[in-house]
Design a protein around this ligand. Sequence first.
Ligand SMILES: NC(=O)c1ccc[n+]([C@@H]2O[C@H](COP(=O)([O-])OP(=O)(O)OC[C@H]3O[C@@H](n4cnc5c(N)ncnc54)[C@H](O)[C@@H]3O)[C@@H](O)[C@H]2O)c1
Length: 331
Amino acid sequence: MKVPRILVTGGAGFLGSALVAEALAQGGRVTVLDDLSTGRLSNLSAWQDAPGFEFVQGSVTDEALVERLVAAHERVLHMAAVVGVRLVLAAPARTVETNVTGSLNVLRAAARHGREVLLASTSEVYGRREPPFREEAAIELPHPEERRWIYAATKALSERTAFALARSEGLRVLVVRFFNTVGARQRGRYGMVLPNFVRQALAGEPLTVFGDGTQTRSFLAVQDAVRAVGLLLETERAWGQVVNVGSDEEVSILELAQRVVSVTGSRSPIVRMPYREAYGIDVDDIPRRRPALERLAGWTGFRPHFDLDGILREVVAAAPRRRARALEPGR
Ligand SMILES: NC(=O)c1ccc[n+]([C@@H]2O[C@H](COP(=O)([O-])OP(=O)(O)OC[C@H]3O[C@@H](n4cnc5c(N)ncnc54)[C@H](O)[C@@H]3O)[C@@H](O)[C@H]2O)c1
C-alpha cells in the first residue's frame, strides 16, 4: 500500500502529535506546521530525527506558506486551531483568524491542488441539544452573543466552507467532530477538565468543579481517537461526510472529580466554583454531551479499547513521570 505524504497542521498539539506518531509508525512521511502557540516541540521530540519527518514553525494564517506546503503533500490533517474555553474567551479575534482564515487557507489550497483534507471540528457545534448528538442534526449556536460560542461558530463555518468547496471545486474532505479526547499529554492550562483534576488531586489541592457539576461529558482516550481517525481515512464512504469521534460513556463532571480522587487516592476535597469566578464572566455551559456513534461504529467497526476507568488509570500513572521529566535540566 502506498503511504501518502501527510501534512499535519497543529501537529505539535495534543491530538495532532498523536496522529503524527501513528502516521510515522505506519511508515508515512509527515510534515508538521505549527506556530507552537499551545503545542510543544517536546510532543514531537521522539521523531525529530526520524526519516520522513519535518517540522515547520509557522502559522496556518500564512496563505503563501500553507499553499506551498499543501501542494507538496497528498493529504492534510487540519488540526491547528485556537482551542479551550479559557483561550477562546481571552482571544476571540485570534480564534476567528486562526480557525476561520487558517481553515480557509488550507481548504482552498487543497481544492486548488487536488489534495484531500481531514478537517477537525468539534462536538460544540451541537450546542445545547439533548444527546445523543447525531451528525445529521442541524448545527446550533444557542446564544450568538455569548462569547464561548465563538469557537463553535468558527468550526461550523469551516465545515460549511469545506462542503461548499467540495460541491463547487470537488474538494475531497472528511469532517471529524471530536468529542472530549483525553490522554497523558493533555495540558490543563487552557481549561481542559481532566488534566486539571488530576493535577489538583496529586497536589493535594481542592478539585474545582465549575458550575454545579451536573453537566456531563464523555471522554475518549487519545489512542482510540487516533485509531478511529485511521479507520475513517481508509473508509471511502466517510469521505464527503461528517463523523463523530468520541465515547458514549457519559459522566457528570462531579462524578469525574470523585473518580479522579478515588483513582489517585487523594485526600483533596471537591469544591464547586461558579463560572464567573473560574473564567471572569458567566459562561453558558453545555448541559450534556454524548455522541451518536452509529456512523463511526457502523462504517468502520470501531470500538474503543479504553473505558473511563482505564483512561483515568493511565493519565494518573503518567502524571508523576511528567512532573519528574519537567524537572530535568534543559527543558
Ligand atoms: N482535544 C479535544 O478534546 C478536542 C475536542 C474537539 C475538537 N478538537 C479539535 O482538535 C484539534 C486539536 O486540538 P488539541 O486538543 O490537540 O489542541 P492543542 O491546543 O493541543 O492543538 C492545537 C495545535 O494548533 C497549533 N496552532 C494554534 N494556532 C495555530 C496557527 N495559527 N498556525 C499553526 N498552528 C497553530 C497549536 O500550537 C497546537 O499545537 C483542534 O482543531 C480542536 O478544535 C479537540
